[in-house]
Design a protein around this ligand. Structure first.
Ligand code: GDP
Ligand code: IMO
Ligand code: MG
Length: 428
C-alpha cells in the first residue's frame, strides 16, 4: 500500500505530532524524513504531555516501527538522551530504526549556528540553535559525517581531525568563539555508537519493503511549507525540504509510492523566529490566542508570534505539496472570540493578489484582505463528528475548503489524542 505523508502547511507547530500520533494507530511504520531536533512535536494522551524532537510521533503506539530516515540530521548524543527519557517513562523503543545515511549534527555545528546568528545581527533568522543549518551545509559541501561513520572509530577519528581543525579556525578567527577539542566530540560519539548500534539499518530498503508488502506507512514532516528551503520565505527558512517532495528523497522512496498528502493547518497562524507574517496580531487578541493555545516553542520555549489564518498560504501549500486533504487543528483555541478573521487574498494599493510574493521586501506594501466571521463557543471541545460542530465552525471549514480547493479530512478540537475525529480515511 502506498504511503501517506503528513506535512505542515504554515510555519511549523501546526499540530503534526498530534495528527501523526492519531494516524499512527492505523499505521505499521512512521518515518521522520527531514530536519532534526529543531522540531518539537507534542503528543498528549492519558493526561501526559510528551515532546519529541527526533523520534517519530508513532513511538507511543507499541509494536510500530519508527524510522529516522536518511534525510534527517541527527545529533546522536541528543537522540540517546531522547531514547533514555522515553525508556524512563516506560515506553517501548524496540521499534526504533535509524538510517545509516542520516547526517550527524556535531558540537561545532551548534557553535556555528549560534555564532552565525550573532553575526547576522538585525537580519537574524531566529534559528533554534540546534546546529541544523551548519549540518546541512556540511552535507552539501560533502564534508559531513553520517551515522554509518560512527561504527568505524579509526576512520571517524581521522575524518574528525581535519574537520575539527578547520571548524576551529573559523570559530576562533571569524567568530571569536572558544575552539572545541577532539576529546569533547569523540567521547559523546563513542557512547552514542554503542547505544545506537542495535537500531541502525538501510532505512530506504526497509521502508520500501513495508510499502511493497501492503503495509501502512506514514511519513511525518517536520517544520512547515513556509520554512521549506526551496518554497518558503527564504532566507527565513530552515535548511531542508519539509514539503512532500522531501518525503521521497528523505526516506528513499519513489514518488510513485506516495498515496496521499495530508496538510496540517492550524486554525490561525503562528511563527516562531523571524520573517514575514502578514496577518500578525500584535494586540490583545494575539495575546489571547497565544495564552489560550499555549503558543510557546516546544523546542526553545520562545513565545510564538500569532496571527489570523492566512488562506493564501494554505492554498500555496496545497499547490507545492499536492495536498489531497487537510487536517485542521486548534479550532478550540479560537472559542470565545466574538468574531474571527480569515485572510483570503492580499492587496497592494488597489491591486488584489491571490498568491504569495517571493520578493520579501514587497510584503511591507501588502495588506491582508479579510473575511470576518462570527465566532463560536466552548461547546466545540466536546464535538466528535462534523455534525456536532457549532454552525460557525462548519462555515469556517467550508471557507477553508473553498478557498484552498482542498477537503478537510481530520478535525482536532483539543490537545488530547481523543479530541480528534476523521471526516475521511486518508489510508483508503
Ligand atoms: P508540531 O510541531 O506541528 O507537532 O506542533 P507542536 O507540538 O509544536 O505545537 C502544537 C501545540 O498545539 C502542542 O502544544 C499541541 O499539544 C497543541 N495542539 C495540537 N492540536 C490541538 C488542538 O486541536 N487543540 C488544542 N487546544 N491544542 C492542540
Ligand atoms: P516543528 O517540526 C516552528 C524555524 C526557526 C527559524 C527557522 C530556522 O516543531 O514544526 P533552524 O533551527 O531550523 O535553522 O531555524 O525555522 N523552525 C521552526 N519553527 N516549528 C519547527 O519545527 C521549527 N523548526 C525550525 O524558528 O525561524
Ligand atoms: Mg513544533
Amino acid at each position: 500500500m502506498r504511503a501517506v505523508v503528513v506535512v505542515g502547511t504554515q510555519w511549523g507547530d501546526e499540530g503534526k505530532g498530534k495528527v501523526t500520533d492519531y494516524l499512527a494507530e492505523q499505521a505499521d511504520m512512521i518515518v521522520r524524513y527531514q530536519g532534526g531536533a529543531n522540531a518539537g512535536h507534542t503528543v498528549v494522551f492519558k493526561g501526559q504531555e510528551y515532546k519529541l524532537h527526533l523520534v517519530p510521533s508513532g513511538i507511543f503506539h507499541p509494536g510500530k516501527i519508527c524510522v529516522l530516515a536518511g534525510g534527517m540530521v541527527i545529533d546522536p548524543v541528543e537522540l540517546c538522551g531522547e531514547l533514555d527519557e522515553l525508556e524512563k517513562q516506560g515506553h517501548d523503543i524496540a521499534g526504533l530504526r535509524v538510517s545509516y545515511t542520516a547526517h550527524l549534527v556535531l558540537p561545532y555545528h551548534k557553535l556555528l549556528d549560534g555564532a552565525e546568528e550573532v553575526q547576522r545581527g538585525a537580519n537574524k533568522i531566529g534559528t533554534t540553535q540546534r546546529g541544523i543549518g551548519p549540518a546541512y551545509v556540511d552535507k552539501y559541501a560533502r564534508t559531513g559525517l553520517r551515522i554509518v561513520d560512527l561504527f568505524d572509530e579509526a576512520g571517524l577519528r581521522e575524518k574528525l581531525k581535519g574537520l575539527i581543525d578547520a571548524k576551529n579556525r573559523v570559530l576562533e578567527c571569524v567568530y571569536g568563539v572558544k575552539p572545541i577539542s577532539m576529546n569533547e566530540v569523540m567521547s559523546g560519539l563513542q557512547r552514542a555508537a554503542v547505544r545506537l548500534k542495535p537500531f541502525v539499518c538501510d532505512a530506504s530498503r526497509l521502508i520500501n519493503e513495508y510499502i511493497d508488502a501492503g503495509r501502512k506507512v506514514l511519513l511525518e514532516g517536520a517544520q512547515g511549507t513556509m520554512l521549506d528551503i526551496d518554497h518558503g520565505t527564504y532566507p527565513y527558512v530552515t535548511a531542508s525540504n519539509p514539503t512532500a517532495g522531501g518525503a521521497c528523497t528523505g526516506s528513499g522512496i519513489g514518488p510513485t509510492k506516495i498515496k496521499s498528502v495530508v496538510g496540517v493547518v492550524k486554525a490561525y497562524s503562528t511563527r516562531v523566529g523571524d520573517g514575514p507574517l502578514l496577518t500578525e496580531l500584535k494586540d490583545e487578541t494575539g495575546v489571547f490566542i497565544r495564552e489560550r493555545g499555549h503558543e510557546y516553542g516546544a523546542t526553545t520555549g520562545r513565545p510564538r508570534r500569532v496571527g489570523w489564518l492566512d488562506l493564501v498560504i494554505v492554498k500555496y501549500a496545497s499547490r507545492v505539496n499536492g495536498l489531497t486533504s487537510l487536517a485542521l487543528t486548534k479550532l478550540d483555541t479560537l472559542a470565545g472570540l466574538e468574531t474571527v478573521k480569515v485572510c483570503i487574498a492580499y492587496k497592494k494599493g488597489s491591486e488584489r493578489l491571490s498568491d504569495i510574493s517571493f520578493n520579501l521586501g514587497e510584503y511591507g506594501e501588502y495588506e491582508p484582505c479579510y473575511v470576518e466571521m462570527k465566532g463560536w463557543d466552548e461547546s466545540i471541545t466536546v464535538a466528535r463528528s462534523y455534525d456536532e460542530l457549532p454552525k460557525e465552525v462548519r462555515e469556517y471549514i467550508r471557507l477553508i475548503e473553498n478557498v484552498t480547493g482542498t477537503q478537510v479530512s481530520l478535525v482536532s478540537v483539543g490537545r488530547d489524542r481523543g479530541s480528534t475525529f476523521a471526516l475521511a480515511d486518508v489510508f483508503a
